[in-house]
Design a binder for this molecule. Structure first.
Ligand SMILES: [Zn+2]
Length: 116
């Protein structure tokens, strides 16, 4: 798996970075939750911030799962192969999203019709 060493390193770095961001937004969440603001305007602003942070960390959580799955596929020697049709995923696509699970055709189908 020599040729995947660079990718593996990149994925591990992305993963570490995401973990840092997630823990930072959790810390911000707690701060927002703790200041008891009596003003209704401030309260809705706080609720909005919490929503944003929640969604952000949800997206990040999913990305961490994607990265973990990619690392697992590197270990199994299945990296860069579409999990749906078994074709090789275009190298350009793997460069843009190194944790891609599907080739662009399957990804388009899945986005249109949902995961099988
Ligand atoms: Zn495919």
């Amino acid at each position: 798996m020599e040729r995947f060493n660079d990718v593996k390193e990149l994925l591990l770095r992305m993963r570490a970075e995401l973990f840092r961001e997630v823990s930072e937004s959790y810390a911000t969440c707690r701060e927002l939750g703790q200041d008891g603001v009596p003003d209704i305007g401030d309260m809705s602003a706080n609720a909005y911030n919490r929503d944003v942070l929640f969604n952000l960390s949800e997206a990040q959580r999913r990305q961490i799962l994607d990265i973990d799955a990619a690392l697992e596929r590197i270990a199994k020697g299945e990296y860069g192969v579409c999990m749906n049709c078994g074709e090789s995923i275009a190298p350009r696509r793997m460069e843009v999203r190194p944790f891609s699970r599907y080739c662009i055709d399957c990804k388009t189908d899945i986005e249109k019709f949902g995961e099988k």
